[in-house]
Design a protein around this ligand. Structure first.
Ligand SMILES: O=C1O[C@H](CS(=O)(=O)O)[C@@H](O)[C@H](O)[C@H]1O
Length: 295
């Protein structure tokens, strides 16, 4: 099998790499290994190894913040300043209610600086999770009845919010009002079943032309859908479980891809030696600067 233009950016042995996000101001890529509670930071131009913060709980996603990062850990949302003590911004209502139940998962900031973050059913099977928005210090539930909240992204014109419940293998989009944060009526935008694609839609990123890049967990590939929801590119990757993508690098033209070793047995790990690493792909397209948290 040929893996055109896919390279290993950083060889790692992550369990569940996720949530890559590029800071233009710091020229740094951040990402998490959810299962180990690790948050990585890496400056590719310097060519060295990434640094790592170790938290004592799982970390669902990483977002940018003026003073450092905001992370949605299993039990709540934390601000992690580069200098200073962590600050708890909100508790996870599903964690406290269920007693170590659903944890936070995929999330990202909108252009107004709100943090949108979903949860994941503890067993990854039932629709007990939800999507939340942290705005002006308040965490509000915005969607419910979700199994694995994932794939959050916004169209470049800010008119659409993309979201998936990975369990359904469908990507939905919602009319979005960036000023008020209101969501309109959901429409099924992409159905992997109908497209004949393998795996499930995991994390995603949108490029400057409005293409939606989705990592197909269990499908061993990264796909791009046009704004009309048409499959326009498909890149096989050297691992079964790519998890999420983010554009980064000095000109935002490198697509970074996080991957997982979880769900692979010894045979799977031998078959996919780059699983658990950070991969990269030159797409010929550019990403968008990621907004930070400011709500
Ligand atoms: O976001 C996640 O993805 C994976 C698999 S899936 O793509 O959502 O099916 C899941 O196992 C993981 O726990 C979750 O964080």
């Amino acid at each position: 099998m040929q893996y055109h233009r896919i390279e290993v950016a950083v060889k790692l042995d992550m369990s569940l790499g996720e949530s890559p996000v590029w800071s233009v101001a710091r020229q740094t890529l951040y990402w998490a290994d959810i299962n180990y509670g690790h948050v990585y930071a890496w400056r590719p131009q310097e060519g060295g190894a990434p640094t790592r913060i170790e938290l004592d709980e799982k970390v669902g996603c990483v977002a940018l913040d003026e003073a450092g990062l905001v992370v949605a850990a299993a039990s709540g949302i934390l601000r992690l300043p580069e200098n200073g003590e962590p600050e708890r911004l909100a508790a996870n209502p599903e964690w406290e209610r269920a007693g170590q139940g659903n944890r936070f998962n995929d999330g990202r900031c909108d252009a107004a600086g709100r943090l949108w973050v979903g949860t994941i059913d503890a067993d990854e099977t039932s629709p007990s999770a939800a999507l939340y928005c942290l705005d002006k210090g308040e965490l509000t539930q915005r969607l419910s009845g979700i199994g694995i909240s994932n794939g959050l992204a916004f169209s470049p014109d800010r008119r659409w919010l993309y979201h998936t419940d990975s369990l359904t293998r469908r990507i939905l989009r919602y009319p979005f009002d960036v000023v008020s944060g209101a969501l309109g009526k959901a429409e099924t935008w992409v159905d992997l079943e109908m497209q004949g694609l393998p795996g499930v839609p995991d994390g995603a990123a949108v490029d400057s032309e409005g293409g939606y890049w989705s990592a197909l967990y269990g499908g061993g590939r990264i796909v791009r859908f046009s704004p009309a929801g048409k499959l326009v590119a498909e890149h096989e990757v050297p691992c079964l479980h790519p998890t999420m993508v983010a554009f980064g690098g000095s000109d935002l033209s490198t697509l970074y891809i996080t991957t997982a070793t979880q769900h692979l047995d010894a045979t799977g790990k031998a078959r996919w030696p780059f699983a658990g690493s950070l991969l990269q792909l030159k797409t010929g397209l550019r990403g968008l600067a990621e907004p930070g948290f400011s709500a």
